[in-house]
Design a protein. Sequence first.
Length: 184
Amino acid sequence: MNRPPRPHADVDAILFDEAAIARRVEEIAAAVNAAQDGRELTVVGVLTGACAFTADLIRRLDMPMLLDFIAVSSYGQSTTTSGVVRLNKDLDIPLEGRDVLVVEDIVDTGLTLQYLRENLLARRPRSLRIAVLLDKRSRRQVEVPVDYIGFEIPDVFVVGYGIDYAGRYRNLPYVATLKPEVYS
Ligand code: IMP
């Protein structure tokens, strides 16, 4: 039987290796810990891309913490600026009166985070902050306030550390670009 190649074989360049990501996650966690000062925090991980970032970040947080996940998908983000985002899985816990930290993998045009921010703010949290692992600043179409940024990256498509291409490569432990032939 023909097996597909192992994910590492499709990697072109590693942008951030495991050690670099771990260091940055530690720094972001320290900033969140300092800002929160022991008060309870509700972490909202955005599925599925932020799974690894969320899992690593929460293990560095030192306050009482609740964890929930939300799933959204955006339509035609490369062909339209309509910003239509669909909620695929809602939270199980109410946010009213809570300090909320949204954890997302990538902010690109900003449309997904803008939708999420407005949707979550409507639930009247006490505060709402946003952490993203990767920021494609040059691609932004709408400004969204992001409180914690892992790394700024150029306009390249990346995978790994939870981030996918066509559902795959999430299990790579680093953030990388793929060989051009993978897309053809
Ligand atoms: P935005 O709404 O344009 O900001 O898009 C953000 C979402 O697009 C992210 O949460 C990712 O799911 C996806 N995305 C953007 N860039 C990449 C990439 O380079 N690789 C994989 N997914 C990406």
